[in-house]
Design a protein around this ligand. Structure first.
Ligand code: FAD
Length: 467
């Protein structure tokens, strides 16, 4: 049973609140507390569904005044379920999805609860795009504040590399702007330090011309070709033009009409590409991939960018149960390739996936000290992502598969991308997600902006004296 809050306090919050206040037992409560990972079933004390920055500040002050913990929900995709906690005030940004595009200035401004699909839809209407994630229903809030990787990053940098400014509500309920000019140290920390320092009610990004039609899609081979395909990816990662966004993926092939029947249910290795340049140049760059060995599936063609950005959505529906662990890998060495092949072939669920993102390009040209994102020279992020249906009688075997796979890669790891952490320990967040130099600077910021650790349901940077 969730803790009840005094009705007069709620009435006071409701006064002047533009959004919706949802209490336990009220219609909509169960829907509003649900997030992407169906394993998370928590009951907040109250849900403050905000319409704008003023509501967010009111919700922050409300929780503080009552001495209640608070969580922040953007797109609700943090696998550990940071967006919702038992008996906390849930500050819900999911109704804050407004976007303004300035095509002449090549800028866009997006409210803090926007999803990738919102950004893509609004920017593509003007033939523009900015780096976002590869599943359209992921929130830009958590994704951006942790770094933001996606198909366009090798050309245009991470999501944070495109940030121009943020409107922030602090742990005291104050409004601030963070940019290179205003509160620059806070701006540094927001670019990789997650939701530790405040709630971003509005993000301003640079936008770039793209499409609307781009050369993109998937090529796939049977899993026994994984060593050759991943070695080819190693070569590509070392020298490909920045325009080439490329993600390898291993999984059991779904029984879809586009997939040749002999592959249905079989382990496959795929390369998902997105070429951020002219179609003709892209065809030339992709030719060696197609010719090295004829793929069993070749679904690469000129398509609307927004369609490509939705391509992986069916593989990550809301409500399934999920568990993942991840590494940042300096390179796909022969040893890494052999481990990936061995463990990917032992996949335990038709719903699980192992994407391997290729970094490099513009990501690696941003100076290590310019943002809180570390490991700028690493070439890959691997995310060993298990998924199963809620009624699966043996969920432990999927979790075990992830843990074994992850442990085997540990000696080759350069750390972890903070947005792909899950049940990682505080030590791993400090050492592997950030490292000592970034950590020192992040703790100093936390001391300044959130000394009571009000924003603690995240990949937490505890203030001095509380760790
Ligand atoms: C299906 C799927 C696909 C993914 N694909 C990618 C990908 O391609 N690239 C990539 O980089 N990552 C990807 N991720 C990881 C993703 O970046 C993280 O899960 C991220 O936390 C999602 O943000 P969210 O707003 O949806 O989540 P939430 O759970 O709502 O929030 C995550 C954290 O950020 C905080 N937060 C959210 N919004 C704000 C805000 N406006 N201000 C302050 N704090 C905020 C929350 O409090 C919480 O601590 C993917 C995740 C999933 C589940």
């Amino acid at each position: 049973m969730s803790q009840r809050i005094d009705a007069t306090r709620i009435a006071a919050l409701a006064e002047g609140f533009g959004g919706e206040i949802i209490q336990p037992g009220e219609g909509g409560y169960d829907e509003a507390r649900r997030i992407w990972n169906g394993q998370i079933d928590r009951k907040p004390a109250l849900i403050a569904r905000c319409m704008g920055a003023v509501d967010v500040a009111s919700a922050v002050r409300f929780a503080r005044d009552l001495g209640l913990p608070a969580t922040v929900r953007g797109g609700g995709h943090a696998i550990a379920g940071h967006a919702v906690m038992d008996d906390a005030v849930l500050i819900d940004l999911s109704a804050m999805r407004g976007i303004r595009v300035d095509p002449a200035g090549l800028r866009l401004t997006a409210q803090g609860g926007c999803l990738n699909s919102d950004l893509d839809r609004e920017t593509q209407a003007f033939g523009l795009a900015t780096t976002g994630g590869v599943v359209s229903h992921t929130g830009i809030g958590g994704l951006t504040l942790g770094g933001g990787i996606g198909y366009l990053m090798r050309k245009y940098g991470l999501s944070v590399d495109n940030l121009v400014s943020c409107d922030v509500v602090t742990a005291n309920g104050d409004h601030l702007v963070a940019s290179e000019e205003e509160n620059p140290e806070l701006f540094w920390g927001l670019r990789g330090g997650g939701g530790n320092f405040g709630i971003v009610t509005s993000f301003e990004f640079r936008a770039h011309p793209l499409g609307p039609s781009v050369l993109c899609g998937m090529l796939a081979w049977p899993m026994d070709r994984a060593p050759e395909v991943l070695s080819m990816l190693r070569e590509l990662a070392a020298g490909a033009p920045d325009e080439l966004g490329i993600v390898a993926n291993t999984r059991l092939a779904p029984s879809l009409p586009m997939v040749p029947e002999e592959l249905h249910g079989q382990p496959i290795v795929a390369l998902i590409v997105c070429w951020a340049g002219s179609i003709e140049e892209g065809e030339a760059v992709l030719r060696p991939i197609r010719e090295f060995e004829e793929p069993a599936l070749d679904a690469v063609a000129a398509k609307p960018y927004v369609a490509h950005q939705r391509m992986l959505d069916p593989g990550a529906p809301h409500g399934n149960h999920y568990y993942w662990k991840s590494h940042r890998l300096p390179a796909l060495t022969d040893d890494v390739v052999a481990i990936v092949h061995e463990h990917a072939a032992r996949i335990t669920s038709p719903l699980s996936l192992v994407p391997i993102f290729t970094l490099g390009g513009a990501v690696s040209r941003v100076h290590e000290d310019d943002t809180a994102v570390p490991h700028r020279q690493a070439l890959h992020d691997i995310n060993i992502a298990a998924a199963w249906l809620p009624d699966d009688p043996e969920p432990e075997r999927h979790v075990e598969w992830v843990r074994d796979f992850h442990a085997a890669l540990e000696p080759h790891s350069d750390g972890v991308y903070v947005n792909f952490t899950s049940d990682d320990t505080p030590d791993r967040i400090r050492e592997a997600a950030y490292g000592p130099e970034k950590w020192k600077r992040l703790v100093a910021l936390k001391d300044e902006y959130d000394p009571s650790d009000f924003f603690r349901f995240n990949a937490n940077v505890p203030p001095t004296g509380t760790a």
